[in-house]
Design a protein around this ligand. Structure first.
Ligand SMILES: Cc1cc2nc3c(=O)[nH]c(=O)nc-3n(C[C@H](O)[C@H](O)[C@H](O)COP(=O)(O)OP(=O)(O)OC[C@H]3O[C@@H](n4cnc5c(N)ncnc54)[C@H](O)[C@@H]3O)c2cc1C
Length: 399
């Protein structure tokens, strides 16, 4: 163990949010920025992310954050100095008659935000996804710039940029405890395995699903739970051509076509969430789940009779009660929270780092179109949840 250290800002966790924040702070020359990661960069939810990019949210601020972040993915060579695997294959979300009014309302809202998205009828959608059974769909929203990018490349790009701007990222260095002033009102730093005590006036907890373990002794609750999600990689058995990412809000399933020709298929039915311990849950897929998901898939793609399961795995979403993150200050002076992205944080991560830096340095989001108070921790106790303005029946709040 080394002597205790000091820093101007300590960030706990080197996932997308920790690294994006480290970069945003370091480039503003705030002094010593030290990020401590218990495992390796991107080893949490970031490393399991499907990497889907879309702006189809039910709240204009979240949609705007995704739209603004999309610029970073689109122009990653200029902005991040690296290719982060952005593939603009398009994104489409389809609904049945019960959700058509919500789809229309969302489309109007998203177009007002300035997002490039439009309505498609099932006939038009079939031209994009010829193998898809369209009978029970009434309409679609389509985003030509949606698609996917690579979360592992993105987090590494942010880590590299943060280091180039002077930040330090230390891996295999768990933070065991957050240090408070004797009266508990102010942050003093953290206690870590590698450095012992690190004194700092500002600590950002970007520890994803593990955040509550760090904050539980601090007199306030951060309601983040681990929700297990299973994903299947399916070989369609025949070349699909160039098809977009799809979200099927009739069967509550989504699919991301892979460069390999396979389809990564995920679940959008969150009516019976499986809450787990983030370090102790089944990483494989359950037979019952595979059967149900495969049936849904074959109902949607009945002509893909040669389709077969290649593999499957499970990850954990870091969910809050309204399926939206906590971004901003906490009841303890100097302690900031940036966690609980509830399975949709990748697409927001470029903007979130900038928001955190502005929040710490200036007390606001840095963008007049983003009201930081929407993401405050106290909204859960106040009962003022951040929810969709035009929610889809059956799809819950996860979008
Ligand atoms: C299966 C799956 C699919 C997803 N698909 C998508 C998608 O298609 N599109 C999308 O936008 N989003 C998606 N997401 C969500 C997205 O990946 C996450 O919201 C995002 O990665 C969260 O980043 P984070 O930095 O907050 O958390 P994490 O990546 O979990 O990072 C937290 C880090 O903190 C570290 N840590 C924890 N405790 C400590 C400690 N005590 N000391 C030091 N370090 C600590 C962890 O090791 C970890 O590296 C998906 C998530 C999952 C699980």
């Amino acid at each position: 163990m080394q002597e205790s250290r000091t820093a101007d800002v300590v960030i706990v966790g080197a996932g997308l949010m920790g690294c994006s924040t480290a970069h945003a702070l370091a480039k503003r020359k705030v002094g010593r920025v030290l990020t401590l990661e218990r495992d390796v960069i991107g080893s949490g939810a970031t490393g399991k992310s499907s990497g889907v990019l879309r702006c189809h949210y039910g709240h204009p601020v979240l949609a705007y954050m995704a739209w603004k972040s999309l610029e970073t993915f689109r122009f990653s060579h200029e902005v991040l100095g690296d290719d982060v695997g952005y593939r603009p294959i398009g994104y489409m979300v389809g609904v049945g008659p019960d959700n058509l009014a919500a789809l229309d309302a969302n489309l109007r809202m998203l177009q007002e935000v300035g997002i490039d998205t439009r309505f498609l009828n099932p006939e038009e959608a079939r031209r994009l996804w010829p193998q898809m059974e369209m009978g029970d769909f009434t309409g679609f929203a389509y985003e030509p710039l949606g698609g996917h990018a690579d979360p592992a490349l993105t987090v590494q790009a942010y880590a590299r940029l943060a280091r180039e701007a002077g930040a330090e990222i230390v891996q295999s260095c768990p933070v065991n405890r957050i240090l408070l002033s004797p009266d508990g009102s102010r942050i003093e730093g953290v206690e870590s395995t590698v450095f012992g005590r690190v004194y700092a006036p500002v600590v950002v907890v970007a520890a994803g699903v593990w955040t509550p373990f760090l904050t539980e002794t601090m007199g306030f609750r951060v309601p983040i739970r681990a929700q297990r999600e299973q994903l299947l990689l399916i070989d369609p058995g025949t070349p699909l051509g160039s098809v977009p990412v799809y979200s099927d809000l009739v069967n509550l399933q989504y699919g991301r076509p892979e460069g390999s020709g396979h389809i990564l298929v995920g679940n959008s039915d969150h009516s019976q969430p499986e809450f787990v311990h983030p370090d102790d849950y089944g990483r494989g897929v359950d037979d019952g789940y595979v059967e149900k998901a495969a049936n849904k898939f074959m109902t949607r793609f009945p002509t893909l009779s040669q389709a077969r399961l290649v593999t499957g795995y499970a990850g954990a979403y870091e969910v809050t009660p309204d399926y939206n993150p906590v971004i901003g200050s906490s009841p303890v002076e100097g302690l900031y929270l940036c966690a609980g992205f509830s399975g949709h944080g990748f697409k927001l991560s470029p903007v979130v780092g900038e928001m955190m830096a502005s929040c710490i340095l200036e007390g606001h989001s840095g963008d007049p179109k983003i009201d930081l108070s929407l993401f405050r921790l106290s909204r859960f106790e106040e009962g003022e949840l951040l929810t969709s303005l035009h929610p889809y029946q059956g799809a819950g709040q996860l979008r």
